[in-house]
Design a protein around this ligand. Structure first.
Ligand code: UDP
Ligand code: MG
Length: 327
């Protein structure tokens, strides 16, 4: 028997933080769907992210009833992304799915993602959110704008409007497991690993119980982690500002000079001759500022290399090699 066939067909990772109300409903809805789709070959891996309620107890009780419910308990609350990362590291399955505990990622849609991997040969299938019913319009706009800016700045094709809801196959899972990031952002890494990717759109219903664990501070941290992990553009910004200001300084210097030498040439009615000292000072300050920005930018360029080295992300992910190559 091959190793692959001894694994469950689908292992679903579920990060949970104070979800005692949601877990029973989720289990009731998800289990029959998994049972039907995989013929009983499934596993659910709950990651209890340091919950203060009875979440861990619920998970361990479920495991006692049916060992296909598995649990990993973290020593404290590390946050959503670290919890998903832990789940990815521990999950065993031919396919790995990730869903939220609050039924905002519907089990039926999870099966749609799974079918695309199992039957249609995709390696990574991400759920893409349509309208977010639970969010005010300004937050929806902020989310949409953020993902588009991210896609523009990122050094790879960043999947738009997708959270952590996904199903990946074994080779994408293996690639994800090898990434030793200190601040992993699952949605970004998932599109980074490449292979054959696709998306499935779905409407995200409101949370079933309780409140979102994301406040403005946590959202900002997530957005910043996204940005600095997948783009060095902010570090480059200073170089461009420096260069831009340098060009402006040169232009201004040219205009001032022309104004001094050609008596009939004015700068919008202004003659440098009236106040040569101020003009020189403006040019001098502007030159110093552009030189400083440029130097900061150069430091940024080196810092970008250091950041990449420290992350130890592999340079490439190999999808396939020829038989001969495999030797
Ligand atoms: N979560 C977690 N640790 C945290 C915060 C959240 O494991 O510190 C889990 C939470 O239980 C849920 C998922 O991550 O299953 C998504 O969280 P939430 O529903 O609060 O996020 P939202 O849907 O509002 O983006
Ligand atoms: Mg939620």
């Amino acid at each position: 028997m091959s190793v692959a066939s001894s694994l469950p067909k689908l292992c679903v990772v579920i990060p949970c933080y104070n979800e005692e109300e949601s877990i029973p409903v989720l289990v009731e809805k998800l289990t029959p769907v998994l049972e039907r789709e995989t013929g009983g070959s499934w596993q659910i891996l709950f990651v209890d992210d340091g919950s203060r309620d009875t979440t861990a107890q619920l998970i361990w009780d479920l495991h006692a009833k049916d060992p296909r419910y598995q649990g990993v308990r973290l020593s404290r609350n590390f946050g959503h992304q670290p919890a998903v990362w832990t789940g990815i590291q521990h999950a065993l399955g031919e396919c790995i799915g990730v869903i939220d505990c609050d039924l905002q990622d519907p089990p039926e849609v999870l099966m749609e993602l799974y079918r695309k991997v199992a039957n249609e040969g995709f390696d990574v299938v991400s759920g893409v959110r349509g309208k977010r019913e639970e969010c005010p319009w300004w937050l929806q706009l902020a989310y949409r704008t953020f993902y588009r800016v991210m896609n523009w700045l990122a050094e790879h094709d960043y999947t738009l409007d997708s959270g952590d809801f996904c199903v990946v196959n074994r080779r994408a899972h293996e690639a994800l497991k090898r990434l030793g990031e200190s601040a992993p952002v699952h949605r970004g890494l998932r599109s980074w690993v490449g292979f054959k990717q696709t998306t499935v759109s779905y409407q995200r219903p409101p949370r079933l119980h309780g409140q979102s664990k994301y406040n403005l501070r946590r959202l900002t941290v997530l957005a910043m982690n996204n940005l600095v992990n997948f783009s060095t553009a902010p570090l480059r910004l200073a170089t461009f500002v420096g260069l831009f200001m340098g060009v402006l300084t040169l232009l201004a210097a040219g205009l001032f000079l022309l104004n001094r030498l050609v008596p009939s040439f004015s700068i919008f009615g202004y003659y440098v001759g009236q106040n040569a000292g101020t003009a020189t000072l403006v040019l001098y300050l502007s030159f110093i500022a552009s030189a400083l920005f440029f130097c900061i930018g150069i430091l940024g360029e080196y810092l970008a290399v250091v950041v990449k080295e420290v992350k130890k992300r592999p340079v490439t992910v190999v999808a396939e090699v020829t038989e001969q190559e495999r030797g």
